[in-house]
Design a binder for this molecule. Structure first.
Ligand code: GDP
Ligand code: MG
Length: 808
């Protein structure tokens, strides 16, 4: 609640002052600080401004200003009790020690949190640092576009509560791509207390470009000079104090992957939050004199609506208006003179454009870069220079060695790239990698898979023997243990697959794959960048579809989204492992590999089709960054496997379990014929009874209803039921199969292949369906995806089955 929400005569305690710059200073000087009591005296006849009493003085604030002050209604006694507590130790008074104070404590707690967020270029180590600072387990990878969503975590450091948010990486803060919009909207809306600008120390010039935009926004911030190990190894020298002064932000060197500098960074965040750091100041990036004149004119106009300046810097708003990039102002409807301002900005823009002979945003960019270069000239000595001066210094032979190390690393990246992205060899190497990946998934996975299989069978047998023969035993053994257990068996295969994907991600090979696929992707009118989400789709289609957020063009993004379901996800793997193992035991790995390739092929052909029909567009240019190769850290690979394993187990305990029970129930009811009383039941008789039972069940009725549709594909009603059940999640295809049929005798090679292809191509799962709906912003695209994939599956399976029958 804010001061603005209080009624006349109400008393409240101040929790936090939002807003910025001069306003914040003035208001704090007046005594609007945390823990202080304030009383509403009266509002002016037109309801604005409002008069308040604080510290025995009467102060009038506009409503818009009052809305920036967070308060909580309480009595002066409660407030004084609160003030007695040391700042930062509010959390020490646990609710159970003082039950009456509990709600109060919680309320205060939620406002004494320091809001911090991580911003910076892609692949600078934001997520690594985020994990290191907070102990979180978010996904880290050596390519840009790993983080596509905001992630928030709360933790306590030295008694301070910190709410840390990781944002997607962006090269600038002009909203051109969906992520840039997301970051900008986040910053403008949430107004974090402290920004952590994560920069890649080995690539300062480009990283600092974005910093200039943060400076314009005028937030309090700390710069995390990450990859400091690489800077040191290169032999370059950076005067951090000097640079910090120039940009008005303290700089803390960090190494995200080994957690170096993490505590220093946290200390600095707290210092900045409490306004104790002397480096923090508002810097003006100097623009050309004529630009400054335009800015001043606009600012004067903005000041006519004075409170606005208290939320956003007027200078920032003026810059954005000139750049034609202030769409968010319209959305927030706060400025009374907005139209005048925009006309003015347009006129000024035209004037400047004539003057400089280029677009206004280009002029801004030039001056920002000039600022960055100027700052670096003062504070930064690149490797060669630092080394030559070092060489004169006899004592500093170490530095010389460091240079050699760095350039050899660069050489390694170049050498590797010469092979891995070779015009001719790049492609076969990638295919070989995939082949090894699926071969390993199948063969190495076989051993633990057999163990788990044996364990599940043992458990089922044991339960069968100890539980009384009733419906509960049936649901437990036949439904849960067989069904969900049948899926659990594939956990090792899935972990191996994710291990390989994680290696691709963390070394930087992912970006190379996108690079070698670029040519092919261009011929279908997409960019190589679209291939990264496609590979992520090997793991799971849902994050893959989210990863398309890095694609700027909406049409490109839609196409990529629609073809991702053809990328065979790990949930389909159990079906492949099971059937390929049964029917193509000698070449199971290869069959799986070919299925994946076939998925890629169908997706590429589909993209081609969409590009020429429903989503016509020219291909959009894009510059992709190639990160240097890096060794994967075992921590991040291990983490990724751990997270995946946990997700898989959760899925088994959730949707797969439920689906298994439903399938079991549909197959169990109505209860079938009993053996006549007094007759000894032989195993053959029992099997016959079970069969009749199943054939009279609801499941069978559903299966027979859809059977005509799938008969041309060589499938019977049991397989139809498996496919239908697989709509919930593809693993359920396997759990259903284990429950209702014996695959070894039901399939032939031709039907097995037709079934495999169908599973690869048809409707992915409800999770993907809803993700497509959400990310595309319309249910229609999701429905289209569902119909299209299933139609393609039917046609291809039909061909496979017919050809297969001819061959075998
Ligand atoms: P983000 O895209 O900014 O979130 O960056 P990530 O946290 O995903 O990290 C990108 C890559 O840089 C990963 O391969 C990390 O292992 C690596 N990395 C992160 N911090 C450092 C660091 O301080 N030094 C080095 N050498 N590598 C780092
Ligand atoms: Mg990230």
């Amino acid at each position: 609640m804010t001061l603005n929400d209080l009624k006349e005569g109400q008393q409240a305690m101040i929790l936090k002052v939002r807003g910025r710059g001069a306003f914040r200073h003035r208001i704090i000087e007046m005594g609007f600080v945390r823990g202080q009591m304030v009383t509403v005296l009266r509002s002016a006849p037109l309801k604005d401004p409002v008069e308040f009493r604080i510290l025995d003085s009467e102060i009038s604030l506009r409503r818009a200003e009052a809305a920036l002050i967070e308060v909580m209604v309480c009595t002066p006694e409660e407030a004084s009790k609160y003030r007695e507590l040391q700042p930062g130790h509010v959390a020490c008074l646990h609710p159970h020690e003082d039950p009456q104070a509990a709600p109060l404590e919680r309320e205060i707690d939620s406002h004494s949190v320091i809001e911090v967020c991580m911003v910076g270029n892609p692949n600078t180590g934001k997520t690594s640092l985020y994990n290191a600072l907070s102990g979180a387990f978010e996904h880290v990878g050596n390519y840009s576009g790993v983080t596509v969503d905001t992630k928030t975590i709360e933790f306590t450091y030295k008694g301070h509560k910190i709410r840390l948010t990781d944002l997607p990486g962006t090269y600038s803060l002009s909203p051109y791509s969906p992520e840039e919009k997301l970051v900008m909207a986040y910053l403008l809306e949430h107004k974090p207390d402290v920004l952590v600008n994560v920069v890649d120390a080995s690539n300062l010039e480009r990283n600092l470009y974005m910093t200039t935009q943060l400076i314009d926004m005028d937030y309090r911030g700390v710069m995390a000079l990450n990859m400091y190990d690489e800077l040191q190894a290169s032999g370059a020298v950076l005067d951090m104090d000097r640079l910090g002064l120039l940009i008005g932000m303290p700089i803390v060197p960090t190494v995200g992957r080994s957690k170096k500098g993490v505590d220093a960074l946290l200390d600095k965040i707290i210092e900045v939050n409490e306004d104790r750091d002397k480096t923090v100041r508002h810097v003006h990036i100097p623009y050309a004199e004529e630009v400054e004149n335009s800015l001043r004119q606009l600012q004067e106009e903005i000041w006519k609506d004075p409170w606005y300046d208290q939320i956003y810097s007027s200078r920032y708003l003026a810059i954005k208006l000139l750049e034609g990039d202030a769409g968010w102002v319209e959305e927030s409807h706060v400025l009374e003179h907005l139209e005048d301002l925009q006309t003015m900005a347009e006129n000024e823009g035209i004037r400047l454009q004539k003057l400089f002979g280029e677009d206004v945003d280009q002029v801004f960019a030039d001056y920002r870069y000039a600022f960055v270069r100027g700052a670096l000239r003062e504070a930064y000595k690149p490797a060669a220079k630092a080394a030559s001066s070092a060489r004169q210094d006899a004592e500093d032979a170490k530095e010389g060695k460091a240079v050699a190390v760095a350039s050899s690393r660069r050489r390694v990246t170049e050498k590797l790239d010469r092979i891995l992205t070779h015009r001719i060899w790049g492609f076969p190497i990638f295919l070989a990698f995939l082949w090894v990946m699926f071969q390993a998934t199948f063969t190495i996975g076989q051993y633990p898979m057999d163990w788990i299989d044996a364990g599940v069978a043992w458990l089922a047998g044991w339960l069968d023997s100890v539980l009384p023969d009733n419906i509960f035993r049936a649901v437990f053994v036949d439904g849960i243990v067989q069904g969900a257990g049948g899926v659990l068996v594939f956990l090792p295969n899935i972990l191996i697959l994710f291990f390989f994907v994680s290696i691709m991600e963390s070394t930087g090979y992912m970006a190379r794959v996108a690079f070698i696929m670029d040519k092919l992707m261009h011929t279908i009118g997409l960019h190589g960048k679209s291939f990264i989400p496609m590979i992520i789709g090997f793991g799971c289609n849902v994050p893959a579809i989210m990863a398309t957020r890095t694609i700027e063009s909406r049409k490109d993004r839609l196409i990529t989204m629609l073809i991702i379901p053809f990328m065979s996800c790990s949930a389909r793997l159990p079906v492949y492992v099971l059937l390929a193992g049964l029917f193509f035991p000698k070449h199971a790995g290869t069959v799986i590999f070919l299925l994946y390739l076939f998925g890629i092929l169908v997706s590429i052909l589909s993209a081609l089709l969409f590009r020429h029909t429903i989503l016509k567009a020219f291909d959009s240019p894009f510059v992709m960054e190639m990160p240097p190769y890096r060794w994967p850290t075992w921590r991040s690979v291990g983490r990724s496997l751990w997270v995946r394993g946990k997700q898989y187990l959760k899925k088994i305990g959730g949707i797969i379990l439920i689906a298994s029970i439903i399938v079991w129930a549909l197959g169990y009811f109505p209860v079938g014929p009993e053996a006549p009383a007094g007759v000894e039941v032989t195993p053959e008789m029992q099997a016959q009874l079970d069969k009749t039972h199943l054939e009279q069940s609801y499941l069978s009725r559903i299966g027979r209803f859809i059977e005509p549709v799938i008969r041309p594909l060589g499938m019977n009603w049991e397989m139809g039921v498996c496919l239908l059940a697989g709509i919930s999640a593809k693993e359920v295809v396997v759990s259903t199969m284990v429950m209702i049929m014996d695959p070894a005798s039901s399939f032939t090679s031709a039907t097995a292949l037709s079934f495999l292809v169908f599973v690869l191509l048809y409707f992915p799962c409800i999770g993907v369906f809803s993700t497509v709906a959400r990310e595309s912003g319309s249910w229609r695209w999701a429905v289209f995806m569902a119909v299209y994939t299933t139609a393609v599956a039917w046609i291809v399976s039909f061909i496979v089955f017919q050809v297969g029958t001819l061959l075998w």
